[in-house]
Design a binder for this molecule. Structure first.
Ligand code: ME8
Length: 515
């Protein structure tokens, strides 16, 4: 049975060695916007996030904290769950790699790889970065002033030598290149795809996929001396959550393959290793891997040592959840690097949210309250300016759909705000406050057109600013079942004479504190 209207989206699973920061909030938020959009559009959506709890890095962090590793994981994993709540993330599942279901799935994929002849035992000797949990070749490293070596990410590396199982990644060079060329949008954005293709074209080496020098990981089936390489374990989470190794489950058949949103630093794992593991295990690769860029803080690289890590929870406390969500999605084209600054945040809040959208809604709803007894006004025949505004509002969803299908979230917001700007011009030009005495019937029509346009904007905005948009729809008395894209048509227009509640501003200005 085919499930044409399903949509599966995942965040990376976050390492529990660290407190949640803006990078985590950003990835989760982008996935949330895409998931909400698809739900509003009638899709059967499954949205997964969770925590990556195995590996040497996590074991070290627990040790440094003087806590039992599992107890440490429980507590940090809970921080990520809380972050999801604070950020208004609508995930359907939260996976932890220490769960039994995940151990079963990881061992399941291992066995499938063994059965297909893709794993052999050898010895690994080479460079390893604990921070990246990644192996590097000598020629990828840079040398520091004291002859110390660093990974391309800037992370220190150490030489390791230990028995290891290997995955025959070298035999996947050509199949992967074929796969990329047959699926030109498998990796997006295009510029990042080119980097991956160049890397694979350089030829792939077999990949070490087990470790023996520590034990915090999924035991290798049949060889308890080894634990699985944390990335093989971690990547498998995306199918664990659908029931793997049982591929007959309804969720597996319904949702796999899905869309992975990741940071640019972990694209190689998702766009090279993961499809190779999957193809080798006889499983379909994901539909797409989309890599987003990195945030800096007021122009500086974010790092713990610089002490400039941005705490998303603090941001939400300061600016409110919708403002943070809007800013992160609007400020930077999705896929590019971007800079966080309080100045830019306040400009977006006061400009786009408070002035453009909030003020439009507040003006219109207040006039309806004052001039129409708080009831949706009746309208007479629409003039061409009215039709233009309404048609533009009705067209928006079909213009935005392809943008969202290409993960161009910022473009969606640009289009939506362009429409809002048109509505602001319309209200200024029509000046319903003057029509009140000169032509009250016309005033009613103008206010009706505006309320109806705002209904469209608010339904579309639900994916990005769910709280504020829902409060706007409350103020337009739009019933819960009509808060979806199927209602973006004339058939679901506001009904004249419906009593509306007293309006309240939904996107407040941010008042800068004088110091
Ligand atoms: O990589 N700006 O987990 P993680 C934007 N466990 N994004 C940022 C960022 C920044 N300044 N800093 C980090 C892992 N990120 C693995 C994933 S998936 C099977 C396993 C992003 O907690 C980073 O790009 O280190 C990544 O996508 C995410 O935070 C999680 O990072």
């Amino acid at each position: 049975m085919a499930y044409p209207d399903t949509f599966y989206i995942t965040t990376p699973i976050y390492y529990v060695n660290d407190v949640p920061h803006i990078g985590h909030a950003y990835t989760s938020l982008a996935c949330d916007v895409l998931a909400r959009f698809k739900r509003l559009d009638g899709f059967d959506v499954r949205f997964l996030t969770g925590t990556d709890e195995h590996g040497q890095k996590v074991q070290h962090s627990a040790k440094a904290a003087g806590v039992d590793t599992k107890v440490f994981c429980d507590s940090v994993s809970d921080n990520f769950r809380s972050l999801s709540k604070v950020m208004n993330i609508s995930n359907d599942d939260f996976i932890r790699t220490t769960e039994d279901r995940h151990i079963a799935a990881s061992q399941g994929i291992w066995r499938a790889l063994v059965d297909a002849g893709h794993i052999y035992l050898g010895t690994y000797s080479g460079w390893y970065s604990l921070r990246d949990e990644a192996f590097y070749l000598e020629d990828e490293l840079t040398i520091g002033p004291n002859n110390e070596k660093f990974a391309p990410s800037g992370a220190p590396v150490e030489w390791i030598e230990e028995p290891s199982y290997f995955f025959r990644l070298s035999s996947w060079t050509d199949p992967l290149l074929d796969f990329y060329s047959n699926h030109p949008e498998f990796i997006l954005p295009q510029s990042r795809k080119n980097e991956v293709v160049r890397f694979v074209e350089g030829g792939l080496r077999d990949l070490s996929i087990s470790r023996t020098s520590f034990n915090w990981g999924v035991p290798v089936p049949g060889d308890s001396e080894h634990v699985m390489y944390v990335w093989l374990d971690a990547l498998t989470n995306y199918i664990t959550a659908l029931g793997y190794p049982d591929i007959t489950t309804d969720s597996y058949r319904r949702y796999w393959p899905g869309l992975h949103i990741v940071g640019k630093d972990i694209l190689r794992f998702h766009a090279v290793y993961w499809p190779a593991f999957l193809m080798a295990a006889g499983i379909e690769p994901p539909k797409r891997v989309y890599a987003h860029g990195w945030w800096t803080n007021e122009g500086h690289k974010i790092s713990k040592s610089l002490g400039n890590v941005i705490d998303p929870i603090q941001l939400v406390d300061m600016y409110g959840i919708d403002s943070v969500r809007y800013f992160l999605m609007r400020e930077v084209p999705f896929g590019n690097d971007g800079d966080f600054s309080h100045g830019a945040m306040i400009t977006r809040i006061n400009g786009d949210l408070a002035n453009d959208f909030g003020n439009l809604a507040q003006r219109v709803l207040s006039m309806i309250q004052r001039y129409c007894d708080g009831r949706v006004p009746a309208h007479s025949a629409f003039l061409s300016a009215d039709k233009e505004l309404l048609e533009q509002a009705e067209m928006l969803v079909s213009e935005i759909r392809p943008l969202i299908d290409g993960q161009q979230i910022h473009q969606m917001l640009i289009l939506l705000w362009r429409a809002i700007a048109k509505a602001n011009q319309y209200v200024d030009y029509q000046a319903p406050w003057n029509l009140k005495s000169t032509d009250p019937k016309r005033m009613e029509t103008v206010l009706y057109v505006l309320a109806e346009a705002i209904r469209h904007y608010a339904i579309l905005a639900l994916a990005v600013v769910p709280d504020g948009a829902a409060r706007l729809l409350d103020q337009l008395a739009v019933p819960a079942e009509s808060r979806c894209f199927a209602s973006l048509s004339k058939d679901h227009s506001l009904v004249p004479d419906t009593q509306l509640p007293r309006p309240k501003g939904v996107f407040p200005r941010y008042a800068v504190q004088e110091s």
